[in-house]
Design a protein around this ligand. Structure first.
Ligand code: SF4
Ligand code: SF4
Length: 326
């Protein structure tokens, strides 16, 4: 069944600028392993938290792995959640992918504090052993801002986890990649990515002796928990206006929906994690499962856009890999 078009304004803006979002052959499979998380951050677009029950089952994991095996265009598996590591099949998933496609890049989107939770003591070593790239949330290098957004004590836990990763070689030119993710505290656009990365590197090295590879700046998407916060503060309209006013045509080519397939905990396909949370399926066709599709056939599928897409195209642009323009 086709889902109603909620995207006129953004699409019209693209047309007006002579631009088009075109899907390429997918190279990234982003897998949402579930909404369970040990944190409950105020900006979370997944509404994730300790009480969530949605978790990808072992059977679905196997079907996803089978699909990866027969999809040679996929060179990156991006594991997200929730805290993806809290899925009981997390390690098995990685082992199975490594067995069938040893060369692919596997990314763990890690909130850092999970590495310190009871039962996860060997997680960092596991990630290092299987060459999993860590992309870790770290919204500031100052404790007040991190704790405000992610919860009391999260800053100290994040620092301890980063030290643990550094001790294993992560972020130290050893081939084990450690990237950090910044998103603004509140209803503003991220600052310049390169300059902020420099500040982060200086501050984390001087204060804690911590090293990392890259910093990605990501714009807060006005959906889910962050939208609730904006509404509570009476800032939803002005934030949306900010995104529209800062539309940047140069961001279009790098948008993640052009080369990514996003799959939810039940195996349904979406153009990106944001559309997944909004229930806006890939190509606006509901209830299609990853294993029903061929990766080559996805090249010509339409991308389901909405006005939330302004969140990816404002300022320097924003994607899972950070800023898109400069
Ligand atoms: S933002 Fe990340 S760490 Fe925070 S609640 Fe959401 S999934 Fe968990
Ligand atoms: S939210 Fe961003 S990634 Fe998703 S479809 Fe819109 S522009 Fe693409």
């Amino acid at each position: 069944m086709l889902v109603a078009d909620r995207s006129i304004a953004f699409e019209e803006r693209l047309k007006g600028e002579g631009l088009r979002l075109a899907r390429k052959s997918p190279s990234v499979l982003q897998v949402n392993l579930g909404k369970l998380c040990n944190l409950a951050c105020v900006h979370c677009h997944v509404n994730a938290g300790p009480g969530r029950k949605e978790i990808m089952s072992e059977e679905t994991v196997d079907r996803v792995v089978d699909w990866i095996a027969r999809s040679p265009s996929i060179d990156t598996i991006d594991l997200t959640g929730g805290a993806p590591e809290m899925n009981p099949g997390f390690r098995e998933f990685i082992l199975k992918v490594r067995a069938i496609r040893p060369e692919v890049t596997i990314i763990d989107r890690c909130n850092l504090t999970i590495l310190l939770e009871p039962g996860y003591e060997t997680l960092a070593e596991f990630l290092a052993l299987h060459r999993v790239k860590v992309v870790a949330s770290m919204p500031c290098y100052q404790p007040e801002n991190v704790n405000l957004q992610r919860g009391e004590g999260v800053f100290d836990g994040s620092i301890e986890a980063l030290k643990r990763l550094n001790a294993l070689g992560y972020g130290k030119d050893s081939g084990l990649v450690l990237n950090l993710v910044y998103n603004p505290i509140g209803a503003v656009l991220p600052p310049n990515q390169k300059e902020l990365e420099f500040d982060y590197k200086e501050a984390l090295r001087a204060e804690f002796g911590i090293e990392f590879d890259r910093l990605f700046t990501i714009t807060n998407m006005p959906i889910a928990r962050f939208l609730t916060q904006l509404r509570r503060e009476g800032k939803a309209d002005s934030y949306n206006q900010l995104l529209v006013e800062n539309f940047n045509p140069a961001s279009i080519d790098g948008l993640m929906c052009c080369d990514t397939v996003s799959v939810d905990w039940e195996g349904r396909v979406f153009d990106c994690d944001f559309n997944q949370m909004l229930g806006l399926p890939l190509g606006r066709v509901e209830n299609r499962f990853l294993w029903e599709l061929e990766s080559e056939g996805l090249e010509n599928e339409a991308i389901a856009m909405g006005n939330h897409c302004y969140g990816c195209t404002a300022g320097a642009g924003s994607s899972c890999g950070g800023a898109l323009d400069g």
